[in-house]
Structure formats: structure tokens, C-alpha cells
Design a binder for this molecule. Structure first.
Ligand code: F6R
Length: 614
């Protein structure tokens, strides 16, 4: 939530900041702003605007500036409406200090009361403004800008990231992080700061992640790192990111979401090539010690949020069937407050695209405190979850920019499937022959998706056309495809703003059936499976009440085709892999319906890609 950028070097700063904000706009898009040093007039110039980044760009037209140092922000409002006044950067009264902020200063009211008493005038309703006033006052008092920045951070409670600049030290910017991501990109004689590595890709792939309670003083030629609590200098190493700048661009597609839907065959191909070698499933990031621990795991808790939670739920079916380990699933925000009964032999599996979701990080901390083994399944290399968990598996889906998750989800599913099979083999639950057969099927998945994206598209479009004006939809599934029902409904509601609800199909008769009439589309995910006949009965129940049946089934299933108004078919695969295929039509359906409704597909209202507040 909220995107932060900073730059110091020799380039003209405005285009660098704007480009950085473009790369981060998916994090927040209700207002934006930037501030830079104006070397000619020795002042800080700030430009802010409400609305999308385009509004800010329009205000910047004809605005020339030859400064080479600046900071910028794209906002997802927490305190105060999305107005120009509340947009960042915020400046102190002397206009010598400027700050951008991500996260929440929990004790801001207390700090504000003190500042008001001391006569400070506030221009915004944000919590952020207390930081810049406190920093300015302290810096004047102790005559040390860096130390004042550090002391201001220590006065603030909560989880946040800050990037600040001061006219008193016009050759550097200051950066701090606690629980909200900040990454510094190293160029030659220049440094870039951003909330997310994707914003750095046009310039560098050499990056340094700040850890919690670390502060950086960034100059053109070097970065000095400090522990904010002790004020002591520390050394940090950079890492190299293997994503490319092109991957984070639309490349001719109208939206990132549709581009990312079409990237799924390649994402799966990469995953399979990386994970299956010489007939074995291998993990480059799991140590021998981690493997030994995995062999003895007693129980797994799959913990995550949103789409990643649905992947974790699918993982439960996979792990229980193939590894024969009991799995409990929980959304992160519930897990952390539920007093979970965790033993040392238990594993907490944290699934996350960004690796920065605040609730999932808090769940990790809970798991670690209780001594359980933590394994993170994460897309973003070097993200907080990846660094802090006992072990990590990367999903390598590449940068996902569309707010509605698609390729990250199928990448999570294939990794969970392979991990379940691997654990099953490790624990002697799967024969060599069974392993061979399963891996043979897995390798065909990319081609199956590719084929659907070509051949199934027209049918999905026809279906979206018929459903796009319906105010309510129900999605039903069982077993491996119960998570698909939840995910299909989530995709539909988040980008069309229409109500869609996913249910375990067997639950329909316990309440939701009251909604069924001739206007209600019921999307039924019913490929060949152990529960196929039960699904058929549920579909009959809907049909008897005139509901509009949209079904996802196995190719050649004439029985299902005849019952359905719209029938979308996928090839026959073992159940464990079916959820990887059935979700594709549902992603396309949501996308197409959102386009028909004129929605902002990549930046749906009220949402943000990386949810770093609790
Ligand atoms: C929905 C979506 C969200 C995320 C959720 C968790 O399309 O993207 O529901 O899945 O916010 O985010 P990560 O996976 O980054 O932890």
C-alpha cells in the first residue's frame, strides 16, 4: 500500500521519479506527488495531485527542473481523504524538510497534540505530517539532520517506511524501514529507492533490501547503513535480481492482467523445468537440514490471504492426499490472533506473491515465536517473508503488476502440487511409478493452458457477454475445485464490482439455494473427480430452480454440456492438477466481464497490490 520512490544521482530527477511511480502505481492510486531539490533557488519544490498518476503528470507538463535528487509517492489513503493536501510528500513549516511515508504511525495523535501545543500548523489530515514537523524541529535543536531523522523514527510507533530529504543536507536522502518494504538500487554514481523492486528494473538489478529497523543515508557515491536503535553503522550486501524491465511492461497488451493470464503457460513451463530434473523433484533453496525437518513434520498450517489463501486451501487437498500430512488452513489475520496450538514438529506454510503482506508476516512471527518450522512459498525474491522464514521456495512467476492475481496463483498451485508429491515421495507414500505418471501429466499442463487460451477464448467471451450485467453470481466447487470456486468469485468481484460468492457445492442446500432463480448465474466447476456425481446433483438442484448454469468440465462430458447454458471444457488430468486448469476460464471470464463493464482492470477501486497494513 502506497508506493515510495527516491533518486539521487546525475540524471534529471523528474522523469526518474515519474517512471518509478508508474512502476508502483499498482500499490496505491488515489493521489500522488513528488518533491525535489531546486539547486538554482536552493529550495524544495513539491508537486502533488489527487487521482491517478496521470493527473500528476498533467500538472507536471511544462514544468522544468534540473535537480538530480528527489522523492515521490503514490498513495492508498489511510488517514485523511485522497485530496491534494493529504497527498505526499509532506513538508515542514520551514519547507526545508520533506517526507514520503508508507504504513501507519500508530501514536500520531499523541505526537500531533504535542506539536499543536508547541504552535505547529498542520496542512493535512495525515498521520505522516507529524513526522516531518518533528524531524524539522529536532534537526534545528540538535543540529544534526541524520540523528534527528533517527530520533524521529524512534518516536513513532507502528510499521512503516519513510524516505526524506532536507535542504540542510542537499546531497543525500534518508530512508527507514520497519515491516514495510524498501529496496535500494545501485547504479553507477547514482542510487534509486523504491517500495518494490519492479520500479528499479529500468535502471538496475543490483539491489539492497533494508531489514526492519534499518536506516540508510543515501549519497551519490555511497550508502551508509545504520541500526536505528543503536545508531551504529552496519554493512550490507547487494543481491542481483533476475527479472527484466520488459517483464514489468504491458508489451502491447491492453492490461497487465490479460498479459499475465497469457503468461501462465510459460510460468508453468519454467517451474516444471526448474523443479523436475532427471525424473526427480528438486528444490534449489531447501537445505539438507530443512529436508530432514520436512521428513518429520507432524502437521501443516497453511496460512495466507486472499488469492494466496485459496492456493493454500488447494494445497491442503494436495498435501493430505499425496504426503498424508494433516493440514489446517487459516487466513493470516485470523491465525495470528487465534492462539494456534503449534508444536516444534509442525510446519507453518506461508503463501504469498509479494512476500510483504503484513498479516502473513505477523503470522510468520507468531509461528517462529512458538518454535514451529516456517516455509515461505513466495514470488518476490528477497522479500521480507522470504528472508525471515526458516526456508523458502520461490514460485518464479516474474513480476505480477495487475492487482488481481493470476499467474502468481497458478505458479503457487503448481509448486504446491509438486511439493506435495515431493513430500509424499520423501516420506515413502508415493511409488516410483506413481511419481513418473504424475510428473508426466504435470509436464503437459502448459500446453493445455495454451490451447485453452486460443480455443476457449471465444466461448468465455460469449459467456461474459451474457453475465456482465448480472448483479449476483454464485460459484460452486468441491474438493480440489472448492478453492477454484472461491478464487473465481474473488476474481469476478474484485474487478467487476459485482457480487460473486464462492461456496463448497455441498453447502448450497444449507442456505445459498434461496438465491437461485432465473436471473442467477451459477458457475459450477465440475471436472471429472471423486465428487463428480455429487456436483451433478448440485447442478440439477440449480437447474430445477431455473438458475443459469455455467460449467467448467472435462472435455467430452456431454452430460454436463447438456445441463449447462455455457460449457467451458478443459482436458482430462489427475484431480491434483485440475484446479490449475479450471481457474483459467474463470480468470478470463472475470477479465472480460470487467472490460465490458468499463472497469479499471489493473487498478480496481479501493484495492492495492501489496497489503502492508494490518
Ligand atoms: C486478489 C489478490 C489478493 C492477494 C492478497 C495476498 O487477486 O491479489 O487477494 O492474493 O492480498 O497477497 P500476497 O500474495 O502478496 O500475500
Amino acid at each position: 500500500m502506497c508506493g515510495i520512490v527516491g533518486y539521487i544521482g546525475r540524471r534529471e530527477v523528474l522523469p526518474v521519479l515519474v517512471r518509478g511511480l508508474e512502476g508502483l502505481e499498482y500499490r496505491g492510486y488515489d493521489s500522488s506527488g513528488l518533491a525535489c531539490f531546486d539547486p538554482e533557488h536552493s529550495r524544495i519544490v513539491a508537486v502533488k495531485e489527487k487521482g491517478k498518476l496521470d493527473q500528476l503528470k498533467a500538472r507536471l507538463e511544462g514544468f522544468h527542473h534540473n535537480g538530480c535528487i528527489g522523492i515521490g509517492h503514490t498513495r492508498w489513503a489511510t488517514h485523511g481523504a485522497p485530496t491534494r493536501d493529504n497527498a505526499h510528500p509532506h513538508l515542514d513549516a520551514s519547507e526545508q524538510f520533506a517526507i514520503v511515508h508508507n504504513g501507519i504511525i500508530e501514536n500520531y495523535e499523541r505526537l500531533k497534540t504535542d506539536l499543536l501545543r508547541a504552535g505547529t500548523h498542520f496542512k493535512s489530515e495525515t498521520d505522516t505530517e507529524v513526522f516531518v514537523h518533528t524531524w524539522g524541529r529536532l534537526a534545528r535543536k540538535i543540529r544534526d539532520v541524520r540523528e534527528a531523522f533517527r530520533q524521529t523514527v524512534l518516536k513513532c510507533h507502528g510499521r512503516f517506511a519513510f524516505v526524506g530529504m532536507s535542504l540542510k543536507t542537499p546531497d543525500r536522502i534518508f530512508v527507514f524501514r520497519r515491516s514495510n518494504p524498501i529496496v535500494i538500487g545501485a547504479g553507477s554514481g547514482e542510487y534509486f529507492v523504491a517500495s518494490d523492486v519492479t520500479a528499479l528494473l529500468p535502471y538496475t538489478r543490483e539491489v539492497i533490501y533494508l531489514e526492519d529497523d534499518e536506516m540508510a543515508e543515501v549519497l551519490r557515491s555511497e550508502v551508509k547503513f545504520y541500526n536505528v536503535k543503536t545508531g551504529k553503522r552496519m554493512q550490507k550486501k547487494s543481491i542481483r535480481i533476475d527479472w527484466s524491465s520488459e517483464q514489468a511492461q504491458k508489451g502491447g497488451w491492453p492490461h497487465f492482467m490479460i498479459k499475465e493470464i497469457h503468461e501462465q503457460p510459460d510460468v508453468l513451463e519454467t517451474a516444471l523445468a526448474k523443479r523436475i530434473q532427471k525424473g526427480r523433484i528438486v528444490w534449489d533453496t531447501l537445505s539438507k537440514k530443512a529436508e530432514a525437518r520436512l521428513k518429520k513434520i507432524r502437521k501443516i498450517f497453511a496460512v495466507s490471504c486472499g488469492t494466496a489463501f485459496h492456493a493454500g486451501l488447494a494445497g491442503k487437498y494436495m498435501l493430505e492426499e499425496y504426503a498424508k500430512i494433516p493440514v489446517e488452513t487459516s487466513v493470516s489475520s485470523e491465525f495470528r490472533y487465534s492462539d494456534p496450538i503449534l508444536e516444534k514438529e509442525d510446519m507453518v506454510l506461508l503463501v504469498s506473491q509479494s512476500g510483504e503482506t503484513a498479516d502473513t508476516l505477523a503470522a510468520l512471527h507468531e509461528a517462529k515465536e512458538r518454535g514451529a518450522f516456517s516455509l515461505a512459498l513466495v514470488n518476490v525474491v528477497g522479500s521480507t517473508l522470504a528472508r525471515e522464514a526458516d526456508a523458502v521456495i520461490y514460485t518464479h512467476a516474474g513480476p505480477e503488476i495487475g492487482v488481481a492475481s493470476t499467474k502468481a496463483y497458478t505458479a503457487q498451485l503448481i509448486h504446491l502440487a509438486l511439493f506435495s508429491i515431493y513430500l509424499g515421495k520423501l516420506r515413502g507414500k508415493i511409488s516410483n511409478q506413481n511419481l513418473k505418471t504424475l510428473l508426466g501429466h504435470a509436464k503437459k499442463l502448459p500446453a493445455h493452458i495454451r490451447q485453452f487460451l486460443v480455443k476457449g477464448k471465444a466461448k468465455v467471451e460469449e459467456c461474459a457477454d451474457a453475465l456482465s450485467d448480472k448483479p449476483n453470481l454464485i460459484y460452486l466447487g468441491r474438493g480440489y475445485n472448492y478453492p477454484t470456486a472461491l478464487e473465481g468469485a474473488l476474481k469476478f468481484k474484485e474487478i467487476t464490482y459485482k457480487h460473486a460468492h464462492g461456496y463448497a457445492a455441498g453447502e448450497m442446500k444449507h442456505g445459498p439455494i434461496a438465491l437461485v432463480d432465473k436471473n442467477l448465474p451459477v458457475v459450477s466447476i465440475a471436472p471429472a473427480s471423486k465428487t463428480y456425481e455429487k456436483m451433478m446433483s448440485n447442478i440439477e438442484e440449480v437447474k430445477a430452480r431455473d438458475g443459469i448454469i455455467v460449467s467448467i468440465g472435462t472435455r467430452g462430458d456431454e452430460k454436463l454440456r447438456l445441463k449447462s447454458k455455457y460449457f467451458l471444457e478443459i482436458p482430462s488430468v489427475p484431480e491434483i492438477f485440475s484446479c490449475i486448469l479450471t481457474v483459467i476460464p474463470l480468470q478470463l471470464l472475470a477479465y472480460q466481464a470487467a472490460v465490458l463493464n468499463g472497469r479499471e482492470v489493473d487498478q480496481p477501486r479501493n484495492l492495492a497490490k501489496s497489503v502492508t497494513v494490518e
